[in-house]
Design a protein around this ligand. Structure first.
Ligand code: ADP
Ligand code: ZN
Length: 528
């Protein structure tokens, strides 16, 4: 009987990493790179990207150079490889001169299998010259979406990486990312000059993650209910937009008996490292964090990711929620989202830095995110379509809109009422009125501010008594999400958009999602 010959790649997988078999497209990717080909790899978080460059680095002669922006994780990555007997090292700004000299000497002596490198080092001639004197087996460009200016995580240092193909035309390059929109994919290929590369695009579906987005009413309480009812004692991440809310939420959860640590860029490096290490090591710890937390974190049993503030883009949402359930077990991506999120983000874009093109891009990112929040169809299907992939089913059965389909209603008249009120307030020159004033007028509330500006004399005063305050806030939120209303200036004044006219002129209908009767922490229809 013919003996089955194991490939070098498979042998390395068994002997070094102790795994039985390749996953998904790993084998095809690795064989292609080992044979000297370039590869662009789009694979979701947890898909197993690391092996795609680590094995070629081991199988091909020379040192595999891994470019990564995750300086804080390099030491851990190197330690993990060394524990497997792989000769690994790193070079970044955290090292002193002597430490760097040691790594340089190892590289030149051919004693390194893998070298992690911060992208800013590749701008330096000294680094390029050093690499020229070494034997390089493969260049891996991790988190490759950082080269995309269109994306949400742009790092200028990545633009310099096109030099690799020019200076080392014979060394294969592999670019990897968990971000997968067409635009980002194209930009990676173009900016890294990888036109001849083979492209590997894995499925971005994460079937074990249940996606849920609930209307925000009392976020702290909703979060606590969600945690207690569904994830008591589980490890998870709670994302907030600001450092202040991170601190507040962490304190609140701790006070209610949830083991919690905070994480944000305002904490000193020691505290951050300690909190991150505790999260990785301990079971059932909850990290309350800004998005500064998480890139490259490999903890398989994160059971939930909760968002208390709206992410700026679908890419961000997908990447952050993707940190749940890497082990394949059921996990939840839960988000509370409300009117103030939309107002705040629109305001941030308007008053933020960057040129007009940047603002337009940011607004497009936000619109896609809002569409995901407001959809009445399967959220998974919408996510996959956003990433240019065809969902297998129109409804997945494991997201809130599939589990409890939201009702819709004809909101045309309600929309007209809101827009008419906005039009009338616009005439009060110099005065700024936010959503609260609109709602008070619609509901016919004679508040001090209503009386002060004679708003009880407006023809629209009290025309909205058929709905309650949460419903009106829901209508305004959805109008903002659909670009039928816009936000202006630092006070978040509501103004009409070009599209508003068609609603006021009865040329179009406005279907809306019905707000749930009671603020729901859970999507389950049966009480538990
Ligand atoms: P990514 O970088 O794509 O987020 P990783 O490379 O960190 O993913 O891999 C995720 C997890 O899956 C890691 O714990 C890794 O050890 C494991 N893994 C990867 N490939 C395999 C495989 N072929 N067999 C078993 N486990 C694997
Ligand atoms: Zn679904």
């Amino acid at each position: 009987m013919a003996e089955v010959v194991e490939s070098d790649a498979l042998r390395t997988l068994h002997r070094v990493f102790g795994y039985d078999a390749f996953r998904g497209e790993q084998e095809a990717i690795i064989e292609h790179v080992v044979a000297g080909g370039d590869a662009v790899v789009l694979m979701p978080t947890g898909g197993g990207k690391s092996l795609c460059y680590q094995i070629p680095a081991l199988v091909r002669p020379g040192t595999g150079v891994v470019v990564s922006p995750l300086i804080a994780l390099m030491q851990d990555q190197v330690d993990a490889l060394r524990a497997l007997g792989v000769r690994a090292g790193f070079m970044n700004s955290t090292q002193d001169f002597d430490e760097r000299r040691v790594v340089e000497a190892e590289l030149l002596a051919g004693e390194l299998d893998v070298l992690y490198l911060a992208p800013e080092r590749l701008r330096l001639d000294t680094t390029l010259n050093l690499l020229s004197r070494a034997e390089i087996s493969v260049f891996a460009i991790d988190e490759a979406h950082c080269v995309a200016q269109w994306g949400h995580d742009f790092r200028p240092d990545y633009l310099a990486l096109s030099v690799l193909g020019e200076r080392w035309p014979d060394v294969p390059r592999i670019a990897l990312t968990a971000t997968a929109t067409d635009a980002t994919h194209r930009e990676i290929t173009q900016r890294l000059a990888m036109q001849d590369a083979k492209h590997f695009v894995a499925s971005f579906d994460r079937p074990n993650i249940q996606y849920r987005i609930v209307p925000k009413s009392d976020p702290k309480k909703q979060l606590l209910t969600f945690l207690k009812e569904e994830h008591d004692g589980d490890a998870g991440i709670v994302y907030c937009l600001s450092r202040r809310s991170v601190e507040q939420i962490a304190e609140f959860l701790s006070a209610h008996g949830v083991e919690t640590v905070p994480y944000h860029a305002g904490l000193d490096a020691g505290t951050r490292a300690r909190n991150q290490a505790r999260f990785l090591r301990e079971e059932g710890l909850v990290v309350v964090a800004t998005i500064a937390f998480g890139m490259g974190i490999d903890k398989p049993d994160v059971r939930f990711v909760a968002h208390l503030d709206l992410p700026k883009s679908v890419e961000g949402y997908y990447q952050e929620t993707g940190r749940a359930g890497r082990d394949g077990l059921p996990s939840t991506a839960w988000m509370a989202y409300g009117l103030q999120d939309v107002v705040q983000q629109r305001k941030l874009i308007q008053s933020g830095e960057g040129d007009e093109a940047f603002r337009r891009r940011s607004a497009a990112h936000l619109d896609a995110m809002l569409a995901l929040c407001e959809t009445v169809q399967c959220r998974r299907a919408q996510l996959l379509r956003y990433f240019g992939q065809d969902p297998t089913d129109a409804s997945c059965g494991n997201c809130d809109t599939c589990l409890t389909p939201p009702e819709t209603w004809d909101g045309t008249i309600a929309a007209q009422k809101v827009l008419s009120t906005v039009v009338r307030l616009k005439r009060e020159r110099g005065q700024k009125f936010g959503t609260g004033q609109i709602v008070d007028i619609l509901l016919g509330r004679k508040t001090a501010k209503v009386i002060q500006f004679d708003h009880d004399q407006l023809s629209v005063f009290g025309i909205g008594e058929e709905l309650g305050e949460p419903e009106w806030r829901g209508v305004i939120r959805q109008l903002l999400a659909q670009d039928l209303l816009a936000v202006e200036g630092e006070y978040g004044t509501l103004v009409l958009t070009e599209a508003s006219a068609a609603v006021l002129g009865r040329q179009r209908d406005v279907p809306l999602r019905k707000e749930p009767k009671k603020p729901a922490g859970s999507a389950r229809s049966t009480p538990r």
